[in-house]
Design a protein around this ligand. Sequence first.
Ligand SMILES: C[S@@+](CC[C@H](N)C(=O)[O-])C[C@H]1O[C@@H](n2cnc3c(N)ncnc32)[C@H](O)[C@@H]1O
Length: 260
Amino acid sequence: MASDYDYFVQQIKTNTGIDLSQYKEAQMLRRLTTLREKRGFKDFKAYSHAINGDAALLDEFLDRMTINVSEFYRNYQRWEVLERRILPDLLKKKKPLKIWSAACSTGEEPYTLAILLDRYAKGTSYTIHATDLDQRVLETAMVGKYNERALKEMPAAIKSAYFNQDGSVFQIKDELKQHIQFKQHNLLADAYDTNYDLIICRNVLIYFTEEAKADIYHKFSNSLAHNSYLFVGSTEQIFNPNVYGLGAVDTFFYQKQKTD
Ligand SMILES: C[S@@+](CC[C@H](N)C(=O)[O-])C[C@H]1O[C@@H](n2cnc3c(N)ncnc32)[C@H](O)[C@@H]1O
């Protein structure tokens, strides 16, 4: 017999298209149990019925399950590797560059990349597809307003060059926005575009089951052009990249192998 939580998982899938069974169960169950209890529902069945008819409860659930934390230049040293080792190689290639920032949350990651490209390859033609499951974070990303905390890794000179400051709010300059297309995309359910020169997907795969992760690595590999790169999060090292047609070029950077 399906458990109370399994019932909830099924209902959420039917009503939102989000498949919680592909997220690590212990972690997700813990997060959602705390929220359910806080709202006073005795079990997941009652909670899922309530969520169905209440947009605010659904919003709160989405907020809890997606975990949207991000920041500019998150794990600074990795961006240095991107700048020194990966970008020079990419810039030798055909242009314009086609880049995907998957699970981009509130936009810090695609904007960091746009800053890097502006600083080290000004005038390069490129497009960044910046996607996330959560439409609400994408709206924040499009507005491009951040607080000091999101910018804590950013050197002061970069901050003043690319943001307009109004009190404690930092507004990203419009010139960086023009290269970025924000769009909703579910990594577990939607089709993947192809021919990317670089895919950045950081700090989301840790929440998925091993099966879901493996499936996503295969899809990323199929989405990459030959010799192009995948950049993953600092706890998301791939231990068997060859299985996916990828080779490790640096810690947390993988290159699509030639298949001919
Ligand atoms: C912790 S944030 C990572 C943000 C950014 N990549 C970084 O490393 O700073 C995780 C993001 O993954 C998104 N997410 C969760 N499940 C997803 C899915 N199935 N498809 C696409 N994005 C998803 C969440 O909405 C959230 O914005």
